[in-house]
Design a protein around this ligand. Sequence first.
Ligand SMILES: Nc1nc2c(ncn2[C@@H]2O[C@H](COP(=O)(O)OP(=O)(O)OP(=O)(O)O)[C@@H](O)[C@H]2O)c(=O)[nH]1
Ligand SMILES: [Mg+2]
Length: 499
Amino acid sequence: MTNDALTSSITSDGSFTRKYQTYKFKKGKGKFYPFVFNDIMGLEDRDGKGVRTDDLILALKGHMKDGYQFNPSSSLSDGDSGYNSSQSINDRVHVLVYVHSANAPQINPDVVKKMKEVREAASDLGIPQLVILTHIDEACGETQQNVNNVYMSKHLKKKIDDFSYTVGVPLNCIVPVKNYCDEIEINPDVDALILNALKLMIDFGDDYIEKINRLMTPQPSSSPPPSSFLKTPWREIYYGKNQELEEYMKNFQPQSEVKAIRVLLCGPVGVGKSSLINSVNSVLQGRITNRAPASNTTSDQSFTKKYKTYNFKKDRENNYPFVFNDIMGLEDGDERGIRTDDIILALKGHVMDGYKFKSSSSLSADDPDYISSPSISDRVHVLVYVYSADSPQMKPSVLQKMKEVREEASDLEIPQLGILSHIDKVCSETESDVKNVYMSKDLNEKMNDFSSSLGIPMNCILPVKNYSHETQLNPDIGTLILNALKMMIDFGDDYIDTL
Ligand SMILES: Nc1nc2c(ncn2[C@@H]2O[C@H](COP(=O)(O)OP(=O)(O)OP(=O)(O)O)[C@@H](O)[C@H]2O)c(=O)[nH]1
Ligand SMILES: [Mg+2]
């Protein structure tokens, strides 16, 4: 016979147990059973008396330190010495047992309410729950005589049914016991009931721990997710031939006497227009450069505000015979971002280098930045729509603006192509190696969407990764940039030949 947990023989409506206490059970010398019981203060009717439900819930979650002294008028809080803020699975409760006396009158509604609150929290946490109905020996004469009569007592059956109904615990989770109280000898029948209840508790707890562990360890999925990766690329591209492309750029001469092929970049805010200019320059200079200011902040307002021409140094004296024009980004809504009529003026060569765009009004013919009689060189020879593979679907108003520009450019017969940037952001395969660009189904889909929304043929859409965080050149990024650049200048060259 043992008496580790202090019990009270006085019948009172105030709880005798005041502390949160963990009890271990000795198995042998220096050994313990792998289960512990936690005793707490009892639930009482009325607020400010007995254990608080929020304290009970904190205990369920493992926040209550062993030895914590309950305070019925205020709950344990983060920062208290009794609060365990770094609780582990071991500190959590793995089985919640409601103990109720078969000899007690109907449970007080306030206590029922508190029990339900705890039950709800425990259910949310997935903690298995069962009920131990004690004092079965006092339920009726038959059980008092012999606890083996427990499942024959109608009175006890009714008690169990009532309790199940009131608290909402299924009947098969309610087990009757008789605790040792006045005995000095152990009784095998009493033991059988206790052991039966104990078995249920540890089995429930074990199932719960297994469930938590299962949830915490990633399970290998039985069938692999559908692959978004193709076995063979859908478009051929030759890597490792940058030198040939660089040579091509060096030897390139426009077919007509136009000084430089003018490439205009347009597209929504933050898609990488300025970065594309920097990336082209980096590839041509053989080192990372940053001439066109690009913005690293995510904003819905364009960072670039001016019409700016960028040329690229070929050697000490000469520039390459092509220039890029950076402009303000297109924004969602009216009077926001660059105006489409300003882009159209730029296409026709009316916009002076350095002009600062205004969202509220277009460049007018009497403005000093207006070129009234543009030369062929002032005009745009290739229009490039830049879009990010990392962006969601284009906003309808932005798409509408792009379409307006496209219509005008088509009227002017300016060749157009699309550049899809941020390909490294589409999937882990392109992030780790841009050479995978034509094997990603997602990217293929993005390029198709881009093509169909603007009506640009797929073979005029090229993917790139701009230099963004890199401090060194990467030949494969270079290949994509050089391929895009070659298409731009070839298209431009074809166009100026017709002028
Ligand atoms: N990872 C990655 N980042 C990129 C890429 N292209 C651009 N960026 C980043 O995207 C951000 C915006 O790039 P910008 O070049 O400023 O974009 P923009 O189109 O000029 O933007 P506005 O001038 O504001 O209209 C910057 O932080 C760039 O470093 C790319 O291909 N991959
Ligand atoms: Mg910009």
